[in-house]
Ligand binder design. Structure first.
Ligand code: SAH
Length: 411
């Protein structure tokens, strides 16, 4: 057992009993994982973060059990519904095991050892994500309600995967806490002496799980990167919002003759260069020219247009533009703007690859926005594919759907 050397907060032995509105009851029965503060109609007593809350239906029968979070509008995150359950370390181990089974093709792959093992609400563990990078595990928490259960989660990881080190990442909301838990903390194992390298579809990537964005890499784009590889032969490719060059390296293996990685983060564009080095000459043609550009993607692409620079494939994968509903219209406008700018530097019959990771902008709105913007610049799309989530990022409830990507030829 990997005993953590930190005093984790303890939960109260007394469970909180709750009753909720009829609408919330229906939502729970249909598998929704959240109970909002304003859906609670009766509560036995005030609880602490991470306490177990039991929800009873109007006939006072058991409905669900979840983690209580007094500091969030999402007051309870449901971890089990419809039948009573004992929530202990075995319970969490079982959840993790089920999640890992779901990823069997990745877990057993000889070519990929970086993937998401557990995807929060979509694997029955709301607010908790576990990613794997070779022998390193990253536990990312989006709510303090998991703090008291952290030892159980670490123990659960041992059942079918023995990691060399476990890193803790905390979302902005829980970074400040009184428990000496911090973002980038090593829960177990030694700090890596050299960068961590993992494999994705046979390609090597450097990742910094302690300080990198999210948990260090955008594992959710693995299959879209493979799609890019298949389309890249002989092409000049621009990878805008490239982060550490994931799409770029795949394009190069696919036979692209030139790839530009463009990102606002200097750290990311430096790593993109190193990621090319990690794969040459084994899988990438040495004839592929790679250029890493640090800068604002909107400005840099507009500048390229002024210079008359053209690409045969433009990949646009920006960060989420809408974190709340009120930001939706602004996000749609930003997507349209990116389509227009991207098409300004896309050669005739070039390929546009545009992705969105904003769950607030659903796929219809997003694909529609790209279509409208394309018409605005007097071009049209011949769609190749619309893609969604990969196996290790399952969608188990409506709000869990966030990633969509369009592949289209633009005559
Ligand atoms: N396509 C990447 C993931 C992109 S995540 C991959 O496959 O790994 C979004 C990226 O956009 C981040 O790397 C972030 O640094 C970058 N970014 C955010 N705002 C930006 C801007 N205005 N211009 C350029 N890059 C930006």
């Amino acid at each position: 057992m990997k005993k953590l050397k930190i005093d984790l907060p303890k939960i109260s032995k007394k469970r909180i009993a709750l009753r909720v509105t009829a609408a919330a009851e229906r939502a729970i029965r249909s598998g929704h994982p959240w109970i909002f503060e304003n859906a609670i109609v009766h509560q036995s007593h005030q609880g602490k973060s991470g306490d177990l809350a039991v929800i009873f239906d109007k006939k006072r029968h058991f409905l669900a059990i979840g983690l209580y979070d007094p500091d969030s509008m999402i007051r309870v995150r449901i971890i089990h519904a419809l039948k009573p359950a004992t929530v202990d370390k075995h319970f969490f181990a079982e959840k993790l095991n089920t999640a890992h089974q779901r990823r069997a093709p990745l877990r057993d792959s000889a070519h990929t050892n970086g993937y998401r093992i557990l995807h929060g609400e979509n694997d029955g563990m709301p607010g908790l994500v576990i990613d794997r990078y070779a022998e390193t595990l990253v536990i990312k928490l989006y709510t303090a309600a998991w703090f008291p259960h952290l030892q159980d989660i670490v123990d659960a990881t041992e059942k079918d995967f023995s990691a060399k080190r476990i890193v803790l990442r905390l979302s902005d909301r829980v970074k400040e806490n009184p428990h000496k838990l911090y973002d980038g903390m090593l829960l177990f194992g030694e700090k890596p002496e050299s960068p961590i390298i993992f494999k994705e579809n046979g390609l090597n990537f450097e990742v910094d799980p302690l300080r990198g964005q999210k948990t260090g890499f955008f594992l959710d784009q693995r299959e879209n990167r493979a799609r890019v590889e298949k389309l890249a032969k002989g092409k000049r490719v621009l990878n805008a919002f490239s982060y550490t060059g994931g799409f770029s390296v795949y394009a190069a293996r696919g036979g692209a003759k030139e790839v530009v990685s463009l990102d606002a983060s200097k750290v990311a564009t430096e790593v993109a260069k190193r990621n090319f080095g990690l794969n040459q000459p084994a899988s990438i043609a040495e004839s592929c020219i790679h250029e890493s550009v640090t800068g604002d993607a909107f400005d840099a692409m507009s500048k390229m247009k002024k210079e008359g620079r053209l690409f045969d494939m433009v990949i646009i994968d920006p960060p989420s533009f809408a974190h709340k509903k009120s930001q939706r219209d602004g996000a749609i406008n930003a997507y349209k703007k990116l389509t227009r700018i991207g098409l300004g530097i896309l050669a005739p019959n070039g390929i546009l690859v545009q992705a969105s990771c904003s769950s607030r902008v659903d796929s219809d709105l997003f694909f529609n926005a790209i279509n409208i913007a394309t018409q605005q610049v007097g071009r049209r799309l011949k769609e190749i594919e619309r893609s969604s989530h990969a196996l290790d990022h399952p969608i188990d409830f409506h709000e869990g759907e966030y990633l969509k990507c369009l592949f289209a030829t633009v005559p």
